[in-house]
Write a protein that binds this ligand. Structure first.
Ligand code: SF4
Ligand code: SF4
Length: 595
């Protein structure tokens, strides 16, 4: 229901602006596009083996889902996206996984990377797949399908498209721009795609517009591609939604996202910011086409159109399976891969391949087989004469000559201060420099050094923080241990204090008992001599008399006295030896008996 409402609203929307803006700078190098646009897109014979790097996109390397020896079908998932900023890799044909390991890949670093080698079985048998009814799906579900199908920006940036197609409440996208400018010389894959598959591109644009809920949509195409402009205008006329096809002036680098946005909308994307921050999102025409294949055919990204041009007998555009060898592609175009260092991309922003055996990847838009006439050896660099021509052509308002000095003198802080990271490496400055200074190479070097230094600093900061945390933990544990010991000691002391108190109480009780015993004894003695009854007195008198009669006994104690005398120290001694409990129980007995 929402989709229907959106579409009816979009039918009424049109790009509000009339007239185009321009961006500062730019150059007009020879186009060399005609050579590769005289014949339709060609298909290629099924390669015998394909090499599929797991890193063909910006972001995390994808996660392997197969092992050597597995048989796979065309379109089967070989490696899935790892996290959000990642993209999946699929089998471009059916066959057996021959090996998984490091292989040379087409990258300026010239370094190998983890790749899957697939031996084709020749049957080219598809896995079961079907179109999606995307209007009945939730947008997150549809975005997940695009992520799982490996859709990335095919203009060369290879950023995962599902991220750019997410709605962001903070930065709603009002304008969707489809980039068909293709400004770099020699490259014509987008031009041919628009000429031949305009309807499919428009189907993809409709899906993108639905996802972003954009109010306005425009396709920008350089005016040196009249056939493509015509084909796209015819295709959008059949669409249920309003899409403007805008012919933009041919000037390099007019196909840069920020430059095209400026030309079409008149808005400038500020330095260091994203187009979404001014309400605009931009995609390449080939990306729109792959969105259509995924959604309306259920096919993941397993091929792309590649321009093969330069020193070849049959320059043109080829629908190449991802993973096929670039040397094989060059041979199909009637060229010899060994004739020179192949260039991937255009002459302005491309780079030399480390080997002709590297595979076609999602970023491979063009292969140029160079010749000495096409790309003569550059003249030796001369000192900078401060002519400022480089600054005049810089499309992002930089001071290339200053950046050159800072890069050359390793003054990286200053280079950063002068916004070296705004440089899009378009090469306009190098192109016009009368001193033949390879300026872009200096900027690339400075950028990589700054990134390396930042990473080293970041690593050092992390290590320092980790060490500080470790020291804090050790100190904390030390304090905790000391606290525990102190608590234990205090407990022991309290216990010891309690013991001595108890002991003192016990001693006091004993002393008191001794005193009481002495008092009792004194009482007993007194009772023997005082307040005796007349009968006892008489008895005493008798005893005294007997004593007088038996002088041998006089001076010796009488038995009772003797007993009393003997008993007294014994009791005292026993009492003194008793503990408090015994004493108290002894004391208690007579009391109870008395009761
Ligand atoms: S164009 Fe070359 S010579 Fe002129 S200022 Fe720039 S770097 Fe120096
Ligand atoms: S390469 Fe960088 S500095 Fe040179 S013109 Fe392009 S954007 Fe400006």
């Amino acid at each position: 229901m929402n989709a229907i409402v959106n579409i009816s609203r979009l039918l009424k929307s049109k790009l509000a602006r009339t007239g185009l803006s321009s961006f500062k700078g730019g150059v007009h190098p020879p186009q060399h596009k005609l050579e590769s646009t005289t014949s339709p897109i060609r298909s290629v014979t099924l390669p015998k083996h394909l090499v599929l790097p797991l890193r063909q996109h910006v972001g995390n390397v994808s996660k392997l889902q197969v092992a050597a020896g597995d048989h796979v079908l065309k379109g089967q998932l070989l490696a899935k996206a790892d996290g959000q900023v990642s993209a999946a890799v699929h089998a471009p044909t059916s066959g057996v996984i021959a090996s998984i390991g490091n292989q040379l890949i087409p990258h300026p670093s010239g370094l190998p990377d983890i790749s899957i080698t697939l031996e084709a079985d020749g049957r080219d048998q598809w896995i079961e797949h079907q179109a999606l009814d995307y209007l009945s799906m939730s947008k997150p579900e549809l975005l997940d399908h695009l992520r799982e199908a490996g859709v990335v920006g095919l203009g060369g940036a290879t950023f995962p498209s599902h991220i750019k197609l997410r709605e962001d409440a903070r930065h709603p996208v009002r304008t969707l721009i489809i980039n068909g400018a293709e400004c770099e010389p020699y490259i014509s894959c987008d031009d041919m795609l628009m000429r031949e598959r305009a309807d499919e591109i428009v189907r993809g644009i409709e899906i993108m517009r639905y996802l972003l809920d954009a109010e306005v949509c425009a396709i920008g195409i350089e005016d040196n591609k009249p056939e493509a402009i015509q084909a796209m205008r015819e295709a959008v006329a059949k669409s249920a939604i309003a899409i403007d096809v805008i012919a933009v002036p041919t000037i390099y680098p007019g196909g840069g996202a920020k430059q095209l946005i400026k030309v079409i909308t008149g808005k400038e994307v500020p330095s260091g910011r994203l187009p979404t921050e001014i309400g605009v999102q931009c995609f390449n025409v080939a990306t729109a086409y792959s969105v259509h294949r995924v959604v309306n055919h259920g096919e993941p990204v397993i091929s792309r159109i590649v321009t093969v041009t330069g020193n070849v007998a049959r320059p043109g555009n080829y629908e190449a399976l991802l993973g096929m060898s670039i040397s094989e592609l060059v041979q199909l175009a009637g060229g010899r891969a060994e004739d020179g260092d192949l260039v991937m991309g255009g002459p302005m922003m491309g780079f030399n391949l480390p080997s002709a055996a590297v595979p076609v990847v999602k970023a491979t838009n063009c292969i140029i087989v160079p010749s000495a006439e096409m790309f003569p050896q550059p003249e030796p660099a001369l000192p900078c004469i401060r002519c400022t021509r480089c600054a005049d052509v810089c499309p992002v308002n930089l001071q290339p000559q200053e950046l050159y000095w800072f890069s050359k003198s390793q003054n990286l802080e200053k280079a950063s201060e002068y916004n070296i990271f705004d440089c899009i490496e378009c090469g306009c400055c190098t192109y016009v420099c009368p001193s033949n200074i390879p300026l872009v190479q200096y900027y690339r070097y400075a950028k990589s050094e700054i990134i390396a230094q930042d990473r080293a600093k970041e690593a050092a900061d992390i290590a320092r923080e980790r060490n500080e945390f470790r020291l804090m933990r050790i100190e904390r544990e030390k304090q905790e241990r000391a606290q525990k010991h102190a608590q234990k000691a205090a407990g022991a002391k309290a216990e010891a204090g309690g013991d001595s108190a108890a002991e003192a109480a016990k001693k006091a009780a004993i002393a008191a008992a001794v005193e009481r015993a002495k008092a009792q004894k004194a009482e007993v003695v007194a009772k023997n001599t005082e307040e005796v009854s007349p009968r006892v007195e008489a008895e005493i008198a008798k005893i005294e008399a007997r004593r007088a009669q038996k002088p041998e006994l006089s001076g010796q104690p009488e038995q009772t006295e003797l007993f009393a005398e003997k008993q007294e120290p014994a009791v005292t001694s026993a009492v003194e030896q008793m503990d408090g409990t015994q004493l108290l129980s002894k004391e208690k007995q007579p009391t109870e008996e008395a009761k």
